[in-house]
Design a protein around this ligand. Sequence first.
Ligand SMILES: [Zn+2]
Length: 202
Amino acid sequence: MSHYVKFTYQRAGADIAPFDALAELNACRRRLVDQHLLGVYPNGVGFGNMSVRDGRTTSFYITGSATGVLPELSPRDCVRVVAYDFARNWLSYEGAAIPSSESLTHAAVYESDPTISAVIHCHDSALWRTLLDRVPSSSKRVIYGTPEMAHEIMRLFNVTDLRRRAILAMAGHEGGIVTFGKNLEDAFEVLMRERSESSPCI
Ligand SMILES: [Zn+2]
C-alpha cells in the first residue's frame, strides 16, 4: 500500500485502454506544472492530481499516486475508479497505477453534481491564503484523503454556493485547492481567474 493513500482499494482490472480525455488531461497538466500548481516538492513528495468523468457514468479517470515527477502521463499512470464507498473508505479501480490519495475527494465532487466532468486538486500557498473563508472552505479539522473530507465536500455543496463558485480551499491541508467544471479547461479557468483576482496590484 502507498504511504500516502489512506483508503483501502481493490484492483478490478490490470490495465486501462487509452481514453479520449488523456490528451486534454496532459495538456492541462503541463500548464499546471509550468505554474508550479502540480508537481514534486524538493523533498521528492508529489502534489496535485486531476480527474475526468468517464462520459456520463459515475466512473472517472484519475492520475495515479506518485506521478507528479512525470513530464507526461500514459494510460499506465492513470486509473479508472469504477466503484467507491465513502463509509468503508474503499474504492475499486482498473489500471496499473495506484489511485491518487485524493480519489475519494474527487468522487465526492462528481457525486454532488452530475454536470461536473473534471476536477483539479492543486497546491498554491499564496492563493490558498487569500481564498480561505472567502470561498467555500473545508473545516481545518478535516484531513485530506479521508472519508471525512469526502463528506465535508458534499456538505459544502449543500450549505454554500460551491456549485456556482466551482472552487474550494482545504483549510486543514496547506495550499490545498480544488476546482472543477464541465471539462478541465473550465476547471483551469476558474483557478486562473481566482489567481489574477488575488494578485496584489503593484
Ligand atoms: Zn494536496
